[in-house]
Design a protein. Sequence first.
Length: 299
Amino acid sequence: MKCRRCRAKAVIKIERHHSAFCKACFNEHILKQVERAVKKDGMFDRDDPVLVAVSGGKDSLALWDVLLNLGHRATGLHVALGIGGYSDASREKTERFASARGAKLIVHHLRESLGVGVPEIAEKSSRPPCSACGTIKRYSFNQIARQYGFSVLATGHNLDDEAARLLGNVLHWQEEYLDKQFAVLQAARDPVNGRGGLVKKVKPLYRLAEREMAAYAVMNRIDYIVEECPNAKGAKILVYKEALNRLEEEAPGTKQNFYLSILKRWIPRLKPDSGVEENWQSCRQCGQPTSTNAGAGCR
Ligand code: Q46
């Protein structure tokens, strides 16, 4: 198997692009795909400071690495979730990466700011841990981006994440979540008082598969947390990912077609304002965006 670009020995095959790459050309391919998404989708400009949400996993660390390699002013944000040893190990991996790359990192400890971690928040609010965790992460990302003056927040969601989430939303006809599936979610002011609101959110890896990001991380010796969060066990999204992987094996390109086609052709027909998050207001106590009249942190 030869590299499509330089004809050297290929180390990875990407079936859906009918391509194979050597390490150097693969790295170039990943950087180009991210740069293309950033420019073509109007995510941010070269001089814009970007806050990157970094969990310590392969996707977010690889995204941060790629943005730094492309010369973007990318600062990492790690929210320490307080999920025992898993959270400690995730923070350590993130801190080690930041110091090895000489990159700026903001670490936000939930236990310091709220006095509790995700397990206690889930218990107190009687919600499944991942539901409470998702809300608190969105809340923290937005709050810290605003506090430090960032106008854009980038997350490491890849093609597999988005296609699996879309499959779940379509299977359960959860139309209300479809507007969060875009690669760019525009900043929005509070619909009632016109103040504050949501910072712009972008997903520069939306055209890249999980397997490609794992390969990028391994090839470039990025030391990421391999262990899964203990709460991920039995998560439905893993079942959807497995189903899509099975389809992808039989027909390469299925995941990409499914996600990108629905995104381009179908969602805008259903929702003319797609790309702007809806159904939110400012919390009466802290001013952060919330779907009820009290934000996740205040509740
Ligand atoms: S960290 Fe949080 Fe995930 Fe753990 S509690 Fe669930 S949502 S599984 S990405």
